[in-house]
Design a protein around this ligand. Structure first.
Ligand code: MIG
Length: 818
């Protein structure tokens, strides 16, 4: 390193260093680190209690057990009885959960903490911690005492937890892993990585969600290992009867989350880490992206083709080439001479513009962002105080330290110009963080970490989340009360409070279509419901069939966007010829018909913590064979799909959960609780609607807010018994729903052999009401003689297709058909 350089100045030669330390780690997990003696907790000698916190000690080391609620208990380990700062980026701030009651008793061999649903047993001999149901069934038990070893790299500890694993236990969760849904028999690590063209089973990927669900004997529980260092999970891979998780630093700290329903575990995980706010309605429409649409004429042409061909679309994306030399917050004026005009013209035509922003800031003394960052010391520095530098798209770059609230605040304000230009959403990429050549930052880079300070080992996995958090906060302020739209590639647990996510640089292959189906289900049950893949595949060339099948899956992806790499051929819905265009159009239109249904699923996610995509294992965990099913999944509460993932596929086997289900395209009724062989013509896919449900429908629009909707169409599917469906409505743009300005309609359906009753009640203060309802009834097992709505007799009508419907010209409470 040049002697002349002063601390805090730019160290150019750092770039030439072959700093491969992180890359080395990626391929050589902890196994290659020279063996250091492991230390284990010993025998519990005593404990102290303070409120809902218990501290047990063996004389040297201690653990803390905190009862967060009747179902959530946290365990922390302190090898020298000194607990680290109790701070977490994952846990939401306004956490408002409390135990209703708990007690502790001491027996000859254990301390037993008991809530109304769970028993936490700390065995004195060996210091083993276990969690049980009240009936004594063990859900999760230490197989070895918690242990640690001195970390030779930095003087902290590697920390380990090893649990006993029964032969039937299945595992789910961990975010974006590109493997089978059931994680058993596999080992994973979390280290956010830019993994262009990743493969099946490749690990690590872009995101760190150290949360898993175990299901054993039909009962489920969850573990959230809240640690931002490089973490590992081994689900009975090395030892068939052991599950371990460990970390290269930080504290062994985990939350045990009781079920026994998997759905409840997921909801409780959301209780800790939060949910996604209601996205603006346009964000759940169809989005068109590529790397990159430019110049302006090209953007306008793509947009006008959508309108000309009458294919709905709500957003168009500008990838890195819109910037001036890849400088964030600038425009390339040659390509986009008047961005404000372009964006407002697009907006007049119903298109929102979303732009890319990366973390790397070009080292350029003539660039205001660099100068502001430099003056205020907002950029990350190495252990020796030189600025962290690396090459990314703009060339030589420095990188903001988003773990500093001041830096986040500043970064948020940088969006002002873009917001004034009319930009509607922001896409944060490369925030693992990714650096050309060396992969990411070297370990010695220091971070503010909210004043607690730490090296990159500790901050790496939350860097991207803090970046998009600052984007979200900034946009929220700049846009007044309008809901931001953000999307991020890197993530840590809890990122859902600030952003949607996509799965990064996938490949245009059938295998990747399947990987996407696995990843989105997994993300959804890991707290990140607002997720999508690059439809069609980022790299490589899909043919018309793959593209179209992927588009069909896209309709049932919470985030629906086509995207592709810079060197690929055209990827618009019409790019593969008229035959494929027609099918893509039909399916994008289906997305728009389902908008109120999808919007409701987002609401149920936000308010009731229900994941949007639901694997079969989550719906019916009591059947062991269901723990292996992974191609069919529920999308919201009432629709089940099984995307087609093979070329030339004529039919596919689909499992339907208990109940009766209607094939979407012809309303054939099928019995659930079994598999069916379903035909898969190219212009259809296996989509099933639950008997007993109400599916609201909008007319096809070219973009989400195109028309005012006065008549709401409700499709009611008869089912024997009592069912509840929801329909959520608001004006789609502000946070007024937080003040109850919304409508959530509850429909209670009672289906009998000779009658059907629909009772509606409405929650919320939103005053826009529909003038009328057009109610289609599907699957009635009887002939209709009598229709009554709130005391009035109505006539029954039949439409052109012979479908039976009723028009109700007012807000109704009770409708009976017999
Ligand atoms: O080094 O901005 O995953 O979606 O199109 C590649 C260009 C950087 C990676 C993203 C991809 C995006 C691309 N980016």
């Amino acid at each position: 390193m040049a002697e002349s350089q002063k601390k805090g100045e730019i160290a150019t030669d750092i770039l030439e260093e072959e700093t491969l330390d992180n890359i080395h780690h990626v391929n050589n997990p902890v196994l290659d680190v020279p063996a250091v003696e492991k230390k284990y907790l010993n025998k519990v000698l005593s404990y102290v209690k303070q409120g809902n916190v218990f501290v047990f000690t063996d004389g040297k080391a201690s653990i803390e057990v905190k009862v967060f609620s009747d179902e959530i208990i946290r365990v922390r380990l302190a090898p020298r009885s000194l607990f680290l700062d109790d701070f977490s980026y994952a846990i939401k701030k306004d956490l408002d959960i409390h135990p209703t009651s708990f007690s502790i008793v001491e027996t000859a061999d254990a301390f037993i903490i008991k809530t109304s649903v769970v028993v936490c047993r700390i065995q004195k001999e060996g210091f083993l911690v276990s969690f049980e149901k009240l009936d004594g069934k063990v859900m999760n038990a230490d197989q070895q005492p918690m242990h640690w070893e001195e970390n030779p790299d930095f003087g902290g500890y590697y920390v380990y937890c090893t649990k006993h694993t029964p032969p039937d236990e299945a595992f789910f969760g961990l975010g974006d892993k590109s493997t089978h849904l059931n994680l058993r028999g596999r080992r994973f690590q979390n280290w956010n990585s830019d993994t262009y063209g990743f493969g099946f089973n490749q690990d690590p990927l872009y995101k760190t969600i150290p949360f898993y669900i175990g299901v054993t004997g039909g009962d489920a529980y969850g573990v959230f290992f809240d640690n931002t260092f490089r973490t590992y999970f081994d689900f009975a891979a090395e030892q068939p009867d052991q599950t371990s998780y460990w970390s290269e630093g930080g504290e062994l700290q985990y939350y045990y989350i009781h079920g026994p329903q998997m759905m409840d575990v997921v909801k409780r995980y959301h209780e800790l880490t939060g949910t996604h706010y209601m996205p603006p309605l346009w964000a759940i429409g169809y989005h068109q992206c590529r790397w990159s649409y430019y110049p302006e004429a090209n953007v306008r042409e793509v947009a006008s083709q959508f309108r000309k061909r009458q294919i709905p679309c709500d957003a168009i994306y500008l990838d890195i080439d819109y910037m001036d030399g890849y400088r964030c917050f600038t425009w390339n004026k040659r390509y986009f001479p008047d961005p404000r005009k372009m964006i407002s013209d697009l907006a007049a035509d119903g298109f929102r513009t979303v732009v890319m922003i990366d973390p790397g800031i070009k080292v350029d003394e003539d660039y205001w962002v660099f100068n502001e960052g430099k003056e205020n010391k907002y950029f990350c520095r190495r252990g020796d105080d030189y600025y962290m530098e690396g090459y990314v798209w703009p060339g030589r770059c420095q990188f903001p330290d988003y773990t500093n609230p001041k830096v986040r605040e500043w970064w948020g304000t940088l969006y002002r110009g873009l917001v004034e230009d009319g930009v509607a959403g922001v896409w944060n990429d490369m925030n693992e963080p990714a650096v050309f050549g060396r992969g990411t930052f070297p370990d010695d880079v220091r971070h503010y970490f909210e004043g607690l300070r730490g090296s990159h080992r500790k901050a790496h996995n939350i860097y991207g989340m803090q970046m998009v958090r600052s984007t979200y906060d900034g946009l929220k302020k700049l846009q007044k009360n309008r809901r931001p739209f953000t999307i991020t590639r890197a993530a840590y647990a809890g990122v859902q409070r600030y952003s949607s996510v996509w799965t990064g640089d996938n490949i245009a292959t059938w295998e990747h279509l399947k990987i996407g189906i696995l990843q989105l289900q997994r993300l959804s049950i890991s707290g990140l419901s607002f997720c999508g893949t690059d439809i069609g595949g980022f790299t490589g060339e899909p043919d018309g069939e793959l593209y179209t099948r992927w588009m069909q899956f896209g309709v049932f992806s919470p985030f629906m966007r086509v995207h592709s790499a810079g060197d690929t051929r055209d990827r618009e819905p019409w790019s593969f010829g008229p035959e494929w265009e027609a099918i893509c159009k039909k399916f994008i239109e289906l997305r728009y018909k389902l908008l109120p249904y999808i919007y409701t699923a987002f609401w149920r996610q936000h308010k009731y913590r229900e994941p949007i995509l639901r694997p079969i294992s989550l719906l019916e965990q009591h059947k062991p064979e269901n723990l292996m099913r992974e191609e069919e999944f529920a999308f919201g509460h009432n629709i089940l799909v099984s995307p087609v993932i093979q070329p030339g596929q004529q039919s596919k086997i689909v499992y339907l959960p208990e109940g009766n289900w209607y094939y979407y395209f012809d309303h054939t009724m099928l019995e659930g609780g079994q598999e069916h062989n379903v035909k898969t013509p190219l212009d259809e896919m296996p989509i099933f609607v639950r008997g007993g449900s109400v599916i609201p429908e909008f007319p096809v629009m070219q973009y989400t807010m195109e028309k005012n909707i006065d008549t709401l169409k409700l499709n009611v599917f008869w089912g024997q018994g009592r069912y509840e469906s929801h329909v959520y409505i608001d004006h789609g743009e502000t946070f007024a729903y937080e003040q109850s300005v919304y409508n959530e309609k509850y429909f209670i359906i009672e289906g009998e052999q000779n009658s059907l009753t629909i009772v509606q009640h409405i929650e919320g203060l939103y005053h826009e009401r529909f003038d009328s309802y057009k109610i289609y009834i599907v699957g009635l097992p009887f002939d209709v003689h009598h229709v009554e709505v709130d005391g009035d007799i109505l006539e029954t009508l039949v439409d052109e297709e012979g479908k039976y419907y009723i028009t109700v010209e007012k807000e109704f409470r009770r409708l009976t058909i017999s």
